[in-house]
Design a protein around this ligand. Structure first.
Ligand SMILES: Nc1ncnc2c1ncn2[C@@H]1O[C@H](COP(=O)(O)OP(=O)(O)OP(=O)(O)O)[C@@H](O)[C@H]1O
Length: 278
């Protein structure tokens, strides 16, 4: 375990191999193999790939989601190579050091919108990460921060007192985004951030990312099939296939390259929508 004050990269994956442990009747499952990737400080990188390619696993590992709470599915385990996040090596990392790293990393898991605490209001949900860190944090300051985050994801203040079941799925996703970013992380690992969000308000997520970059040091890994989001926010996208990186570059170069059926399929689908006037 090493940590440096100014990491040379936000994320460094070096020949990373990740498995899900065996659970009867299943054998261990290798979800990532030989993944090498660098995300510079202040860089935003995209991750794309077909279902089962290992995108969420990579997101979980980089977000430090490596501990299995009792009664849940096993967390991924680093079995080869290394993942270094904000200067700390994650392989075999001790729990205390992991907590120190994840303090600066925000994770928006794929199912975040469906995991909002059902018995809490939107305002309480967005404030959860603050109160988990400091139960006595100034209530007025929390209220202000929550309102700012709500505005950033273009939700009206009227939803503050609503419960998750009273919101549309797109609104729930925006609440999940607001919650994940409320502490102002140095690194945001977001798994399908615009999933379920109406195209007319997706621009709000682009704008929010732009603002976070202006406010200070902000790096991100965005797992997404939203080509518009990837075009607007990332310079490079990594394409995953069966747990390996099979392409890395600007999204339009990857799509035009046509080396991989998944990428060609995406490009064709987009061309069809454009030709149909969609
Ligand atoms: N908890 C788990 N235990 C065992 N295997 C798992 C677990 N979670 C995922 N896997 C397997 O690991 C592989 C990678 O899964 P992952 O969820 O990372 O893919 P993905 O690219 O995010 O797919 P999707 O786009 O469908 O979300 C898949 O074969 C999946 O079945």
């Amino acid at each position: 375990m090493t940590a440096s004050a100014t990491p040379e990269a936000a994320v460094l994956a070096d020949d990373l191999a990740v498995e899900y442990p065996a659970r009867r009747p299943s054998a261990p499952h290798r979800a990532l193999d030989g993944v090498s990737l660098r995300v510079g400080v202040d860089e935003i990188i995209g991750i794309i790939g077909e279902t089962g390619a290992g995108k969420s696993t990579l997101a979980r590992v980089l977000a430090g989601d490596l501990v299995t709470p009792k009664g849940t599915d096993p967390a991924p385990v680093i079995v080869g190579g290394e993942a270094t996040v904000l200067g700390s090596r994650l392989r075999g990392i001790r729990r205390r050091e992991l907590d120190r790293v994840t303090f600066k990393v925000a994770h928006l898991p794929q199912d975040a919108a469906s995991r909002l605490t059902p018995e809490r209001t939107v305002s309480e949900i967005i404030a959860e990460p603050i109160l988990q860190r400091d139960r006595h944090y100034n209530r007025k300051a929390i209220g202000l921060r929550v309102a700012t985050m709500l505005d950033a994801v273009q939700l009206p203040l009227a939803v503050l007192d609503k419960f998750p079941f009273e919101l549309s799925s797109g609104q729930r996703q925006r609440v999940a985004i607001a919650k994940s970013l409320v502490l102002g992380p140095e690194l945001w690992i977001a798994d399908e951030p615009t999933a379920g969000i109406d195209v007319t308000v997706r621009g709000a997520i682009n704008d929010l990312i732009g603002r976070l970059r202006e406010e200070g040091s902000f790096s991100a890994v965005l797992v997404s099939h939203d080509l518009s989001l990837l075009r607007r926010t990332t310079c490079r996208v990594a394409a995953l296939e069966s747990g390996r990186v099979v392409g890395l570059g600007p999204i339009d170069e990857l799509l035009a390259g046509g080396q991989h059926p998944f990428l060609s399929g995406l490009a064709d689908a987009e061309n069809r929508v454009t030709a149909d006037g969609g």
